[in-house]
Structures are given as structure tokens and as C-alpha cells.
Ligand binder design. Structure first.
Ligand SMILES: Nc1ncnc2c1ncn2[C@@H]1O[C@H](COP(=O)(O)OP(=O)(O)OP(=O)(O)O)[C@@H](O)[C@H]1O
Ligand SMILES: [Mg+2]
Length: 407
């Protein structure tokens, strides 16, 4: 079957590559046709470090997705991530010429360009300009300024940017396989599209996607993206800490972490031990459970504290996040992680994966590892189909394209 009517979302993650084939419906819902998966190699901290090896893994995941969905993939929307991705908020202003009475669509382009007239570090390129709010002659709360009378249109944007060459490397990795990249999406922003519904975006929420090599975050308030960013730290760092601290091989440390690990302290009986059986090349070992959990706890605490520090420094208010913290990504399945997040952020915490307007014969919705790739599909559908919701969303969808001059 040809793929023109399908959207493919791709995440080249640090631990896995995931490709989601979906069909966008005119009512805004998305039906998943198949999810392809391959373990990832050649990726570190969310960035490509071995082009050829990563390419093979992408090929494998795409082939798996093609088989599961019975669709030939010709192009994808690609999630990008990494510690180099930064953001800020800025306001653009455009004066409406006196001979013209009303604000038109071109003014929107201009106000967006004006908001980008800000210097970013030389190697960086703009990734997204996400509209937050409009003001017409100082009046706020304007949902759609097109057609309104006014002399000045202002708009606040959340601007996301990152090192151009690193983003291009991810794109090239896909293009080398003769697959087009329709556009790129900041991974945590994609995850937020499926773990939050519109009400939660309006109430305010902090979404944290804790992956293998990165921890990405997005803050929504009043229905708009207020802050976002990414730390180059994730579950792999916990595994590495365990391997070094307990002097066990990485593969054993990963198994120990996922099968026995917890961030909860003081819950094990004194002297309680976990037995690691001997196997080829490993003599076996007994590990004190409290030591295991302490190592995990310290790394997760440090990661969340870093996110909190970043948000505090950016001036993000945590007081109005009515929908609390929504944790997703593979490492969000770590036992007790929600309690620790609650302590650090001082907000209710929910472990979450895909919800809402998605359907299809797959159990991927229940796996937080797939939030990002499924989110890419949802985001791409909203942006390309455009006419999804009346009012603000519709306008945003039609007027703010993905930033595709990196392609
Ligand atoms: N039960 C579990 N307990 C703790 N950690 C887990 C568990 N299951 C999976 N993980 C961790 O989740 C991580 C993988 O998550 P995910 O698939 O979201 O990462 P990724 O998308 O490949 O990486 P990134 O987005 O950071 O590049 C791994 O570090 C893995 O160890
Ligand atoms: Mg990920």
C-alpha cells in the first residue's frame, strides 16, 4: 500500500528506535496502524554518535513498522532531542499600517519573525516558535486577531533552538536510507501532545519524559507552552552508576535496575540482600538492597533537582500547574519515582502514557517508552491537517508550520 495517507513518527532514542505508522482522521483523532521497534545502538544522550550503526537500527525499526502496518514508508516526522536544545520566550510586535483597517494573516508571519529577531548562539538554529498569546493594542486574551481592527499586533512565542549540525545529523541518518524527513519535532514537546489533554494544558502541567540518555521537560500553563528543555541524563546514567558503584557488568546492572531497583529509601530490612547469580564471565554477587536503592535514589534526585533548578532559573511559576507533574518515558516505570518527584516539585505526580484521541490494534499506548514517537504522529497530524479545533488551536495549527529549513 502507498503511504500518502499515513503519518509516520520516528524516535531515534538512546535505548530504542521506534517508528509509528498512523492514519490521521478529519475529526482530529489518530488511528495507529503499526509500531516498529529496534534496540538502538550508535546513539548517546539522545544524539547520534555512530552514524552507520544508528542507521542500521533505524532501518530495522522502519522495516518492522512496515511489516506490522503493511505500509511502505517513504517519509517520516522525526523527533529530535539532546542536552543542546534550549528555549526562551519572546514577544514580537508588528505595527499595522494606518491605511489598513484590520489585521490579516501576513501580520502573523511578521510578528512571528519579529519574535525571532533575537540572537541565539552561532551554531544553533531555530526549531520551533510556539505561539503563546496575542495582544491587539495591548488587549490580552485575544484568541484570534485575524479580522480585528488594531494598530499594533503583539504575540508571545516560546522559541526552541538547538545546535544545527546535531539536528542535521539525525535527519541525515534517516535520509541516507532514502526516506524523506518531512519535519523535525522536539521530542518532549511531542510526548506532551499525547500525555496531556486540552484540559490539562489549560490547568497547567509539567511533563517530564525520562528516557535512557535524556530527561526532557515541557511546562504548559493557560493552554500554552511556557518552558521546555532537555538534560543529557537518563536511565543509562543510573545503570552506569550501579555498574561502577557495585562493580558489576553493565548488562547485569541494567537487569538489576529494572527487576529489583527502587528509588525508595529505608524500606528494606537491615542487611537485606539481592543475589546476582553467576553466569558466563560473571562470578555472581550479593548486593545490599539499601545500597542498590541509594545509588538509584541519588541519581534520580539529582536529575529532578536539575530540572527544578532550570525551571526556577527560567522564572517558570510552579504555583499554577493544576494538572501537576506527568511523568512518562521508559525510566518513569522505576519504582517509587513518583513519590520522589512529588517531594522535589511539590506537586501531585502522575505516571502516564498515551491517552485520549488515539486508537488502533496495539498495546503501545500503555508503554511510556512510546509516548514520544506516538506524540510525533499526533503533533504532525495537528500541524498538517490544520483544521482540527475552532479558535486558537485552529489558527495556530494553520499558521505555525514546523520549522523546516533544517531539511
Ligand atoms: N522497569 C524499569 N525500571 C527502571 N527503568 C526502566 C524500566 N524499564 C525501562 N527502564 C529504562 O527506561 C529507559 C528507556 O526508556 P526510553 O525508551 O523512553 O528511552 P529512549 O527513548 O530510548 O531514550 P532517550 O529518549 O533518552 O534518547 C532505559 O534506561 C531503561 O533502563
Ligand atoms: Mg525517548
Amino acid at each position: 500500500m502507498p503511504n500518502e495517507d499515513f503519518i509516520v513518527g520516528l524516535e531515534i532514542g538512546t535505548s530504542k528506535v521506534c517508528a509509528v505508522v498512523a492514519e490521521g482522521r478529519p475529526d482530529g483523532t489518530v488511528k495507529i496502524n503499526g509500531v516498529g521497534y529496534a534496540p538502538s545502538r550508535g546513539v548517546r544522550k539522545g544524539e547520534i554518535v555512530d552514524f552507520e550503526t544508528a542507521g542500521k537500527c533505524v532501518r530495522e525499526a522502519l522495516a518492522d513498522a512496515e511489516e506490522k502496518s503493511d505500509i511502505m514508508i517513504g517519509s517520516v516526522y522525526l523527533a529530535v532531542s539532546g542536552g543542546h536544545i534550549e528555549s526562551f520566550n519572546n514577544r514580537g510586535l508588528v505595527n499595522i499600517p494606518p491605511e489598513r483597517e484590520e489585521i490579516c494573516e501576513d501580520d502573523f508571519e511578521e510578528v512571528q519573525a519579529a519574535a525571532r529577531e533575537v540572537s541565539i548562539p552561532p551554531p544553533n538554529q531555530f526549531l520551533h516558535s510556539v505561539l503563546q498569546h496575542y495582544y491587539v493594542d495591548g488587549q490580552d486574551g485575544v484568541l484570534n486577531p485575524i479580522g480585528m481592527m488594531g494598530t499594533a499586533l503583539e504575540a508571545d512565542f516560546h522559541i526552541i533552538h538547538g545546535v544545527g549540525t546535531r539536528i542535521k545529523n539525525s535527519i541525515r541518518c534517516v535520509k541516507e536510507l532514502d526516506i524523506e524527513v518531512e519535519d523535525v519535532v522536539f521530542g518532549p514537546l511531542a510526548s506532551a501532545q499525547v500525555v496531556l489533554d486540552m484540559d490539562q494544558k489549560n490547568q497547567g502541567a509539567l511533563v517530564i519524559d525520562v528516557g535512557a540518555g535524556t530527561t526532557g521537560y515541557v511546562v504548559y500553563a493557560d493552554g500554552a507552552v511556557k518552558h521546555s528543555g532537555c538534560l543529557a541524563v537518563g536511565g543509562d546514567h543510573i545503570t552506569n552508576d550501579l555498574s561502577l558503584g557495585l562493580r558489576i557488568p553493565m548488562a547485569r546492572a541494567e537487569k538489576l535496575k529494572t527487576e529489583e531497583g527502587s528509588v525508595r529509601l529505608g524500606r528494606s530490612s537491615p542487611g537485606e540482600r539481592v543475589v546476582l547469580k553467576d553466569e558466563t564471565g560473571f562470578a555472581g554477587k550479593e548486593i545490599e538492597r539499601e545500597m542498590l536503592n541509594t545509588i538509584i535514589h541519588c541519581r534520580v534526585r539529582e536529575t529532578f533537582e536539575l530540572v527544578k533548578k532550570r525551571l526556577d532559573e527560567s522564572g517558570a511559576s510552579m504555583d499554577f500547574l493544576g494538572a501537576g507533574v506527568q511523568l512518562t518515558g521508559g525510566s518513569s516505570t522505576m519504582v517509587g519515582i513518583d513519590e520522589l518527584a512529588q517531594e522535589i516539585f511539590g506537586l501531585p505526580v502522575h505516571l502516564t502514557c498515551v491517552k485520549g484521541t488515539m486508537s488502533g490494534p496495539t498495546n503501545a499506548f500503555d508503554n511510556p517508552q512510546y509516548s514520544c514517537a506516538i506524540g510525533v504522529v499526533k503533533y504532525a497530524h495537528a500541524m498538517t491537517a490544520g483544521i482540527r479545533r475552532p479558535g486558537l488551536f485552529r489558527r495556530i495549527a494553520r499558521r505555525i508550520p514546523f520549522f523546516n529549513n533544517l531539511l
